[in-house]
Write a protein of this length. Structure first.
Length: 174
């Protein structure tokens, strides 16, 4: 998978501690092979923004891969879809890498957003948007989905706008 304006995925872009360019490329992960968490990055809050990390862990017994920009759909306490707008954090500046996941290994992405600064048309004296308790994650390149808890639950202002990074092997930090 390649983002617009990015170079094609090369074998050398295999992002794994054990995979090499000569390794056999695994199949794309199915959502049933993965578990997810969407949790705040400690120390990331500032200037009206906070960052959360998405962790996708391979819970299966087979190696598989993910690659690209995740899709997210925020959900309320009962699973009701909330307004969500995923924006690439650095559009057109990076190529998606193939993240090969051995059993138990994880891929990561980050999302930066405002939990308390309202956007145009949002209330200024009340909470900007409903609180998200979970998120439906569309896992590339296969595009099937899984649901992950939002820890801690949070509103996402600016009509659910989140700047989201590509999937990679490194855990996001503040």
């Amino acid at each position: 998978m390649v983002l617009a304006g990015a170079a094609p995925l090369a074998p050398a872009a295999v992002a794994s501690g054990t995979a090499t360019a000569a390794s056999t490329v695994p199949i794309a992960c199915r959502s049933t092979q993965l578990t997810g968490t969407f949790a705040t990055i400690v120390g990331s809050a500032g200037a009206g923004n906070v960052s959360y990390s998405l962790r996708l862990r391979n819970r299966s017994t087979a190696r598989c891969f993910v690659s690209g920009l995740i899709g997210l759909q925020l959900r309320g306490r009962t699973g009701t879809p909330l307004q969500t707008n995923v924006v690439p954090a650095q559009p057109g500046t990076a190529a998606a890498v193939l993240v090969s996941l051995a059993p138990g290994a994880s891929a990561w992405a980050s999302a930066r957003f405002s939990p308390d600064v309202p956007g145009k048309g949002e209330p200024v004296s009340l909470q900007c948007e409903a609180t998200a308790y979970s998120v439906r994650v569309t896992v590339p390149p296969r595009r099937d989905t899984l649901v992950a808890p939002v820890v801690p639950p949070t509103p996402v202002c600016e009509h659910g706008r989140m700047l989201v990074s590509l999937l990679g092997t490194k855990r996001p930090t503040s």
